[in-house]
Design a protein around this ligand. Structure first.
Ligand SMILES: [Zn+2]
Length: 582
C-alpha cells in the first residue's frame, strides 16, 4: 500500500522547495536556480543546486538529488511516510486517512516509545533509595539533582530482567526490546533467553534534536570492564551521526560549540553555565558529525583531554572539521586532564579563561610541532623551522607575516629566510594538491561510467545512455511518449534499474500524472533518487526532439549493438579510461 498519488501531487504543488531547503541551509540565487553548500558532503564552494521550477535539487559534488520529500527524508533521517507527514505539516495539509504502508514508521515510533519508557525507568531507579550508590556516584562527581534531572540521567539495576519485565508490563514485546538494543537474545541448548543489555551501570540517555530518546550510554561505577556500553545502531539511531548534548546546545545561541570527549564533560560544562558543550559519540570523529555541527555553529572550540589519546583525537577532529569551513580553535588544557576536572578543582572562571585563550588552528599546530623538539639545540631549531614552514605554507600572507616575525625574534633566525622556507614548502604543497585534484578528476570520470544504483550501466553504456535520454525526454515532453508508446516499452530496456524508472514513468504517464520527481520518490530509496535526479536533469543538455528519441529507440531495438560500449561520443579522456580498463 502507498499514499495516494493525487495527495503527493497536491503536496508538491503546495510546498515550496526553496523555503523548505533554505530553512536548513543558506541558499543564494543564481539565475533560475539557487545554490548553497551541500549538507550531504563536505565542501567549501557551493555545488548544491535547487531548481524551483522542477521542485528538485541536485548536488554536482556528491550526486545527491531528488524532490522535496527526498530532501527531508535524508536530512532528518526519516522513512518515506514520515517524510511525507513532515512535508505535509509544513504545507498545512493533513494526511489522507486511506491506506498507506507505515509498518516501518510504526516500528520506529514503537522503538522511540520503548526508549522513552526505559529512560523513565532508569531515572526512577536512580532516585530509588535502594540504589543510593548510583546516585552517590553522580553527586560525588559534583552534579546537582537539577542537572541529573535536566539530562535525565539514570541507573540500570543489577538484574538480568528488571527492565524487560517492566517494559513488558507496559505492552512492549521482547522482540521490540531487542530491536531497540535495550535487551539481548541468547540461544543456548535449544532455549531462547532474553536479558537486559544494560546492568549495574549509570545511564546517559542520548536525545535527538526533536527531543526523542534515541540511544543510551551506560558506564560502570568502578574500574571494571568494559567501562562503557553504548546502544549499537538501530532503526532510530546511527552511531556515526551521534552527538551528545546538541539538543540542549543548539539553543545556546552564540553560534559556537565546545567539543569535549565524554558525557561527564558535557554535563559538567552545562552545569557550570557553558551550555554549548557537546560530545561526538563513537571512537572516530565522522564527516556526518562534522556536517551536523556546521549546521548549528560557525565556530567549534575543541577541548579534548590533555593526554596522548586526546591529542590524536584533536588532530583527527581538526582534519575532518577543516573540510566544513567552520572556524576552529583548540583549548590547551592546563590544570587538569579534562574539562570536568578543571572545573571541579579550579572553578568555572579558570575554564572560561582557557576558552578565551584557545589557540587558532595555526597556533595549535605550531605548539604541537614545538613540543616534539628540543629548541635548545641547533638541530631541534632547524627541524622545528622546517615543520613550522609546512604549517604556515597553507596560511594567508598576513598570518605568515605575523608568525615569521614571531619565530624570527624567538629563534634568532632572519624573517626572510623563514619566509623563503615557507615559499618552498608552499611549492611542495601545491604539487601535492594538484596531484590530489588530478586523482579526484580521474575518479569522477570513472564514476560517470559506473553508477552504484545501476551496476549494468558501465558494461552497456550505449544502451544505458539511450534509456536515460528517453526517460529524460519523456519526463520533459509527455507528448513524445504518447507519439512513441507503440514502439517502446519498459521491456525493451536493457538495464534493470533504468527499466524500473521507465515502469514508474509509464505508470504515471498512463494515469495522467504530471511526471516530476515526486512520481518516483515512493518507489525509490533516497540513494536511488540520486540517479533518478541525475537522469531527470539530463533534459537540459539534450536536444529534446522526437528524432533524438527515435534514434534511442533504434539503439534499444538493435540487439547487436547493445552489449558494447559506444566510444564514438566519448571525450578523449573517457576513451583513455575505458581503454585502460580493457
Ligand atoms: Zn553534495
Amino acid at each position: 500500500m502507498r499514499i495516494n498519488e493525487r495527495f503527493i501531487q497536491e503536496l508538491q504543488e503546495k510546498v515550496d522547495i526553496e523555503s523548505v531547503i533554505s530553512s536548513s541551509i543558506t541558499l543564494k540565487r543564481r539565475g533560475k536556480t539557487l545554490v548553497g553548500l551541500c549538507p550531504f558532503h563536505n565542501e567549501k564552494t557551493p555545488s548544491f543546486t535547487v531548481y524551483p521550477e522542477s521542485n528538485s535539487f541536485y548536488c554536482f559534488g556528491c550526486g545527491a538529488g531528488g524532490d522535496v520529500i527526498t530532501f527531508v527524508r535524508r536530512m532528518e533521517n526519516l522513512d518515506y511516510i514520515e517524510a511525507v507527514k513532515s512535508v505535509a505539516q509544513m504545507a498545512g495539509m493533513s494526511m489522507p486517512e486511506d491506506g498507506y504502508d507505515d509498518t516501518l514508521s510504526k516500528q520506529r515510533m514503537k522503538l522511540l516509545s520503548a526508549n522513552r519508557e526505559a529512560a523513565r525507568f532508569y531515572h526512577e531507579c536512580l532516585m530509588d533509595p535502594k540504589n543510593r550508590a548510583a546516585l552517590d556516584y553522580f553527586l560525588n562527581r559534583g552534579l546537582s539533582i537539577n542537572t541529573i534531572r535536566r539530562f535525565g540521567l539514570g541507573y540500570a539495576p543489577n538484574d538480568w530482567r528488571e527492565l524487560i519485565n517492566h517494559l513488558k508490563s507496559k505492552g512492549f514485546t521482547e522482540h521490540e526490546l531487542v530491536l531497540a538494543n535495550l535487551a539481548r537474545r541468547s540461544d543456548k541448548d535449544g532455549r531462547t533467553n532474553f536479558y537486559d543489555n544494560f546492568r549495574n551501570r549509570v545511564m546517559f540517555p542520548i536525545i535527538d534534536l526533536r527531543g526523542n530518546v534515541i540511544a543510551f550510554g551506560g558506564r560502570v561505577m568502578d574500574d571494571s570492564k568494559p567501562k562503557y556500553i553504548n546502544t549499537s545502531d538501530t532503526l532510530v539511531y546511527k552511531k556515526s551521526n551521534g552527538v551528545f548534548g546538541l539538543n540542549l546546545a543548539k539553543n545556546a545561541n552564540d553560534n559556537k560549540l565546545i567539543l569535549v570527549e565524554g558525557y561527564m564533560d558535557v554535563i559538567a560544562l552545562h552545569q557550570a553555565g557553558f551550555t554549548n558543550a557537546i560530545a561526538c559519540l563513537g571512537t572516530a570523529f565522522t564527516n556526518e558529525q562534522a556536517n551536523l555541527l556546521s549546521r548549528y555553529a560557525d565556530e567549534v572550540i575543541i577541548c579534548y583531554d590533555n593526554d596522548g589519546a586526546g591529542r590524536t583525537a584533536t588532530a583527527r577532529a581538526l582534519g575532518v572539521l577543516n573540510k566544513t569551513g567552520l572556524k576552529l580553535r583548540v583549548v590547551q588544557m592546563t590544570g587538569g586532564k579534562d574539562a570536568d576536572e578543571i572545573i571541579r578543582t579550579h572553578g568555572k572562571e579558570r575554564f572560561a579563561d582557557l576558552l578565551k585563550g584557545a589557540a587558532s588552528t595555526t597556533e595549535y599546530k605550531l605548539l604541537e610541532e614545538r613540543a616534539k623538539r628540543d629548541l635548545s639545540t641547533d638541530d631541534g631549531k632547524v627541524e622545528f623551522l622546517i615543520a613550522a614552514a609546512q604549517v604556515l605554507a597553507s596560511c594567508g600572507t598576513i598570518e605568515r607575516d605575523i608568525y615569521s616575525t614571531r619565530l624570527s625574534n624567538e629563534l634568532g633566525v632572519s624573517a626572510d629566510s623563514i619566509k623563503a622556507q615557507i615559499k618552498s614548502a608552499e611549492g611542495k604543497l601545491r604539487r601535492l594538491e594538484e596531484s590530489r585534484k588530478h586523482k579526484e578528476e580521474m575518479a569522477a570520470i570513472e564514476k560517470s561510467f559506473e553508477d552504484k544504483n545501476n551496476p549494468e550501466r558501465a558494461a552497456n553504456l550505449k544502451a544505458a545512455r539511450a534509456e536515460e535520454t528517453l526517460i529524460a525526454s519523456f519526463m520533459r515532453n509527455p507528448d513524445f511518449y504518447n507519439k512513441l508508446k507503440e514502439r517502446i516499452s519498459p521491456e525493451d530496456f536493457v538495464t534493470a534499474f533504468n527499466r524500473r524508472i521507465m515502469q514508474s514513468l509509464v505508470k504515471a504517464l498512463e494515469n495522467g500524472i504530471e511526471p516530476n520527481l515526486s512520481a518516483f520518490s515512493a518507489d525509490f530509496t533516497p540513494e536511488e533518487m540520486d540517479s533518478v535526479t541525475r537522469i531527470f536533469h539530463l533534459s537540459s543538455t539534450l536536444g529534446n526532439t522526437l528524432r533524438e528519441c527515435e534514434d534511442c529507440i533504434e539503439v534499444l531495438k538493435d540487439k547487436s549493438s547493445q552489449k558494447i560500449t559506444d566510444t564514438s561520443s566519448m571525450s578523449d579522456e573517457e576513451f583513455l579510461k575505458l581503454f585502460k580498463k580493457k
